[in-house]
Design a protein. Structure first.
Length: 245
């Protein structure tokens, strides 16, 4: 609340500064008109030149202040939405396991996660999977962040795939494609990546969903349903899609 009050005060200050700048511009325009009516032509030219320069600079400042005011208003609006979302979250039942839909989502996600872990032949993983903070997976006693090396790379790919498949099957998706970064060969053998991509391809055909892979080392041999986009601009280490200037 204190943060919101400070942001509101800041917004009011900017509004006052805009009004002051507008009044200064108005006064200068009046001064220019009076000079034209009262002074000789030489003095008029010099004065008009100086005032015009001042008007131009003040107008630029006013434009910038207007932009800042809009951004400040948008920022306060976003803060209010964030506070509302946090209030909604706090209002949820502390025992979230009792919410039927949430329990169904977790069950689906757990089953899909185990499936993709097996597809990727993930070693040293405890399939006794639970979730903390609703959807952060715990494999036995380990989080994704605690895993190392190839196991971590495979587990992250498996979890992302499980999330996507769960969203598709539960009609929660609001997007029609996903982009993956292909792991390095020392992280996952190409044979395992092949199996992973083939499984994703079945999912793609079943649900009309598109998967995009970015790769520098791994070479995929697709079929007529696939498109391979090859970069054509030379880079320092490998070809690039965008030209460097």
């Amino acid at each position: 609340e204190r943060s919101l009050k400070l942001d509101s005060d800041r917004h009011d200050a900017i509004e006052q500064e805009i009004k002051h700048t507008s009044k200064t511009i108005e006064d200068l325009n009046t001064m220019r008109t009076n000079i034209i009516e009262e002074e000789d032509i030489s003095s008029v030219i010099d004065a008009i030149s100086e005032i015009t320069s001042m008007l131009f600079q003040l107008q630029l400042e006013k434009n910038e202040l207007n932009k800042i005011a809009l951004l400040e208003a948008k920022y306060v609006e976003m803060l209010n939405k964030r506070e509302h979302a946090l209030d909604e979250l706090d209002g949820l039942d502390k025992n979230r396991q009792t919410i039927p839909r949430l329990a169904k989502i977790k069950t689906t996600l757990r089953d899909k996660f185990i499936f993709w872990l097996k597809v990727l032949k993930t070693p040293n993983i405890d399939f006794n999977i639970t979730f903390e903070n609703d959807f952060s997976p715990i494999m036995g006693y380990e989080t994704l962040e605690q895993l190392k090396g190839s196991t971590k790379s495979r587990a992250i790919l498996a979890y992302r795939s499980a999330l996507i498949e769960s969203m598709i099957e539960l009609n929660c998706k609001s997007f029609m494609f996903a982009i993956f970064d292909t792991p390095k060969q020392h992280e996952i053998h190409h044979e395992d990546i092949d199996n992973f991509i083939m499984a994703l391809k079945k999912l793609s055909k079943k649900h009309n969903f598109q998967f995009i892979f970015s790769s520098t080392e791994y070479k995929y041999n697709g079929d007529d349903d696939d498109i391979i986009l090859t970069p054509k601009y030379p880079g320092e280490q490998h070809d690039m899609f965008l030209r460097r200037y």
